[in-house]
Design a protein around this ligand. Sequence first.
Ligand code: A2P
Length: 328
Amino acid sequence: MRVAVVGATGLVGSTFLKVLNERDLGITELFLFASSRSAGKKIDFKGKECLVEELREDSFKGRDIDIALFSAGGEISLKYAPLAAQEGILVIDNSSAWRMNKEVPLIVPEVNPQEAFKHKGIIANPNCSTIQCMAPLKILANKYGIKRVVYSTYQAVSGTGHKGIVDLEEGLKGNPPKTYPHQIVNNCLPHIDVFLDNGYTKEEKKMIDETRKILDLPELPVTATCVRVPVINSHSVSINVELEKDFDIDELKKELASLDGIILLDEVEKNVYPLPVNATGKDEVFVGRIRRDESVKYGVNLWTVADNIRKGAATNAIQIAELFKDRF
Ligand code: A2P
């Protein structure tokens, strides 16, 4: 398979390379693109040096690329993903630019893989916090029916890219923030992405809209509060779900534990529950603190943690590419 990575020098881009190095996608040639600032740089991939090229309008022409993994921001995806698709390349895009487009499948491979094959050249990788909630919610939707979802997130600074990590590290040395509107050290910022007219942030809207699209429940009542916390990596999400039918907690735990890509960590008597420090570097979603919501008739609370740069971005995108492994 001939693969391109757009944004190869970024936090997600370099994790694409790490995950590609660990998994066997059958890559025969790799093309790396970034801005002019990185052109000429060499990056090692499986013992071979790969040259970083400046991304240009003609970058995809005549190169016989099969799949292009994009993570260079929404503006770049809006402009260059259609140019790549025109050349017959399957684009898997990590930005939010194409996610809600009706022609573009939005895929979590454990949840809706069949939708991926309806693509018209572009497939979108969902928002990082949304990805880690989808497999547990799919189980709940299938088995018990979902009435309403309430998300509260605790999101790591790596979700903002290198510059988020710099704000936390510099803040720890006493320096003022350059990226966030307030210090992130010793703080929680209920503000991720821009504010919209209804008082929600765009991150919260992404979680709401993308959940409905991935679960194919367009009318599902969903609300979210997204919070940036002083954690370097791995997002945590509290999910409160109201169900249509009664359920058995032990049965639900068994069901979740049996899913591919989920690790159940739920032994509170031993202080065992998912933590960002343990999820970092892993590809699975960790789920725990599963308990009945006693304030409603049929409700459940779950705590999920996942590496936002791996399962929340690079790994999920590469798992999408793997669905097409036999087609190229
Ligand atoms: P570069 O390193 O050359 O700036 P992050 O999300 O970690 O900030 O990474 C963003 C990625 O997007 C980087 O690889 C960056 O390349 C790339 N990028 C930014 N602007 C452009 C551009 N105009 N054309 C191509 N790639 C870009």
